[in-house]
Write a protein that binds this ligand. Structure first.
Ligand code: GUN
Length: 293
């Protein structure tokens, strides 16, 4: 079997299209949703992500701004900036791009954002709400994975889902989403990680495998069963002398080999990436709606 390629850009466009009616209702009430991204330092990947988030807002006619701060910014300076954005009624969504430089504690940054403006869904209040099944926002990348599954005809209900990776951004919140007794969920979830004794023994049992480890091309064809559905969340840059940039971007999955066994598989790039941005737009619209309640 050669798997279908799940087109993240097409699904993301579909979701963006569905947002138009909500945007029109908000604009009829004099509100245009606005997103502010804070970028600390000069990580090239982060610069690219933040630029793409801004461009996506522009394409939707939504307001956006990026606040860039030098990489030696003290934590209290960042926190004061966040506090000022929390008070600004024109700013509906705030995100602090990760990774952060070492003098800034991730926990301090995510806790500083007003939970009603936390479009990343990283604040402990919002993370807890996802876990207990009363979400305010959906975590963007995990929600993007769920939408890709459902809209490609691979509803996770009743399926054995194996998630490789336990980050606070992807693995843990995705496990929380998929284990809920709720539509688009109801899966049997296993999370494997760096201390898992036999990774392949778990991945081979997966009906749906989500790779989010940040370990380039680690999932090989002998680690999956025929008919598996594979979602590759990772974007790893590996050296490639044939490219002008000197690198290319690959996922955690050996795509060419695994696609031969898969029922469906996402490419990197063009799979989960566009979905993260689409779900961030959904959360920004939701934040603007919440501000009116
Ligand atoms: N770094 C990697 N993914 C994300 C994300 O979704 N949001 C933020 N703020 N930083 C990230």
């Amino acid at each position: 079997m050669t798997g279908d390629i799940i087109d993240g850009k097409r699904v993301a466009d579909e979701i963006r299209g569905e947002l138009q009616a909500r945007l029109e209702r908000l604009r009829a009430r004099g509100v245009n949703p606005g997103l502010t991204a804070i970028l600390v330092g000069d990580n090239p990947g982060s610069q690219l992500y933040v630029k793409m988030k801004g461009r996506a807002c522009e394409e939707m006619g939504m307001a956006h701004q990026t606040i860039t701060m030098p990489k030696d910014t003290p934590q209290d300076v960042l926190l004061r900036e966040v506090a000022s954005l929390n008070r600004d009624p024109k700013v509906h969504g705030i995100l602090v791009q990760q990774p952060l430089p070492p003098q800034i504690a991730v926990e301090a940054a995510v806790t500083a954002v007003d939970p009603r403006k936390d479009v990343d869904c990283f604040h402990p209040d919002n993370v807890g709400r996802v876990l207990i099944g009363t979400p305010r926002f959906a975590p963007a990348t995990p929600a993007g994975v769920v939408e890709l599954l459902v809209r490609s005809g691979n509803d996770p209900a009743g399926k054995d889902v194996v998630i490789a990776g336990r980050s606070n951004i992807v693995g843990k919140p995705l496990a929380a989403l998929l284990m809920q007794k709720a539509p688009k969920a109801n899966a049997t979830v296993t999370v494997v990680h760096s201390a898992t004794r036999d990774l392949a023994a778990h991945t081979r049992r997966a009906d749906i495998l989500v790779a989010a480890m940040g370990a380039p091309q680690t999932i090989r064809a002998d680690m999956v069963q025929d008919g598996v559905v594979v979602i590759d969340v990772a974007t790893n840059r590996i050296p490639d002398a044939t490219k002008k940039s000197g690198y290319r971007t690959v996922g955690d999955v050996d795509f060419d080999a695994v696609k031969e066994k898969a029922k469906a598989i996402t490419p990197v790039p063009g799979g989960v990436g566009p979905m993260t941005i689409a779900m961030l737009l959904v959360n920004t619209v939701r934040a603007a709606e919440l501000a009116l309640e």
